[in-house]
Design a protein around this ligand. Structure first.
Ligand SMILES: C[S@@+](CC[C@H](N)C(=O)[O-])C[C@H]1O[C@@H](n2cnc3c(N)ncnc32)[C@H](O)[C@@H]1O
Ligand code: SF4
Ligand code: SF4
Length: 325
């Protein structure tokens, strides 16, 4: 007979459910070294988007670890002294190898799949899906290929019970459609929020843009342009899209040209707390973008949103929200 005494009120209290205590600890302590990892599930993709860093590297003939090889590797990592808390499954198009994610995600406490959304989403309610939508239909299709927007709309409109966010990479080709994108996608049920990144240039690749269907112009937005867009995103987040624009409010301030140096380079969370693996299982540095990442002009939201999230004022705000719940 199981004699364990369970105190239901204690077990259900948010403090014990891990919503409050970890936040209190994080106010003082740094994130553990192995907080995140990312895995390039495959070198293959059914699209060739104009802005894609992945195909700025020659992927032709590159090897991929088989499912069993990956599972053995992941199991060994996760049973070691410093297991990763979360894994981001990326690529290439990760849903081309969904069996690997199906099995591999069980080794992590949190999982995120970043997908182009053109293939049906598997029913994985424990996973956070980031579906890449680079603007409203005309803008998105000009970057990602004709008909891709309609496919995504069909795939995500039919889902229920999944945790889906939209990931939009802002660049010169789509920057004019922020309002229309928010308006359209905020009406679609089941979409949690939109996360905006900026295009990160690849050293030696910009301009011109060689891939995909976008016009052959640089996609890079200057820091002055970015600052204006960040101002706009902050305003929208304070107003109509408080919840629908993802990331803590402070993120957009940290991304501004005068502040950004605090979150990138050697301070970047990926450099300090993450490890990126390529499809063959080798470590990629400095992050998932690989060695040609132009860190000085990085547009990835994560280094900034993690810093904003970890700020004591934000953790306190979240703790208060938990108590209110
Ligand atoms: C390389 S893709 C792989 C996953 C999947 N195929 C997809 O498109 O979502 C991962 C994410 O990186 C973004 N991305 C690609 N190239 C980028 C760049 N140069 N700067 C910023 N984001 C980029 C994509 O828009 C996508 O959201
Ligand atoms: S951004 Fe994603 S979908 Fe587009 S080419 Fe790159 S890997 Fe493929
Ligand atoms: S490109 Fe951006 S996310 Fe990657 S290591 Fe550099 S600063 Fe960090």
């Amino acid at each position: 007979m199981d004699n364990t005494i369970v105190n239901p009120s204690k077990a259900n209290h948010p403090f014990w459910r891990g919503k409050i205590l970890p936040r209190l600890v994080l106010m003082a302590a740094p994130l553990p070294k192995n907080t995140f990892c990312s895995i390039d599930v495959t070198t293959k993709c059914n699209l060739r988007c104009g802005h894609c860093y992945f195909f700025s590297y020659d992927q032709e003939g590159k090897k991929e670890l088989g499912d069993e090889e990956w599972l053995k590797k992941i199991e060994a990592m996760q049973k070691g002294k410093k297991p990763f808390y979360s894994c981001t499954w990326v690529g290439g198009e990760p849903l081309l190898r969904r069996e690997l994610i199906e099995k591999g995600r069980r080794f992590f406490r949190a999982n995120r799949v970043v997908t182009n959304g053109t293939l049906p989403l598997p029913f994985w309610p424990d996973v956070e899906f980031h579906v890449s939508v680079d603007g409203t239909e005309e803008y998105h299709d000009s970057i990602r290929g004709k008909g891709t927007y309609a496919k995504i709309k069909k795939n995500v409109s039919s889902i229920k019970g999944l945790n889906v966010a939209i990931a939009c990479c802002l660049n010169r080709a789509n920057v004019d459609c922020i309002d229309a994108l928010l308006d359209e996608w905020s009406r679609i049920p089941n979409i949690r929020h939109v996360l905006f990144d900026f295009f990160t240039p690849i050293i030696g690749d910009d301009p011109p843009v060689k891939k995909g269907t976008v016009p052959s112009v640089g996609l890079w937005l200057t820091f002055e342009e970015r600052d204006r867009i960040l101002e706009k995103l902050s305003d929208l987040k304070r107003g109509r899209y408080r919840e629908f624009i993802g990331a803590p409010p402070m993120t957009f301030n940290l991304m501004r040209s005068g502040e950004r140096h605090k979150s990138i380079g050697k301070n970047c969370v990926f450099v300090k707390h993450g490890t990126a693996f390529d499809a063959e299982g080798n470590v990629k540095k400095p992050c998932v973008i690989g060695p040609k990442a132009d860190c000085d002009r990085c547009g990835c939201i994560v280094p900034f949103s993690v810093r904003a999230w970890k700020h004591p004022s934000n953790l306190l705000r979240e703790i208060l929200q938990e108590f209110k719940k």
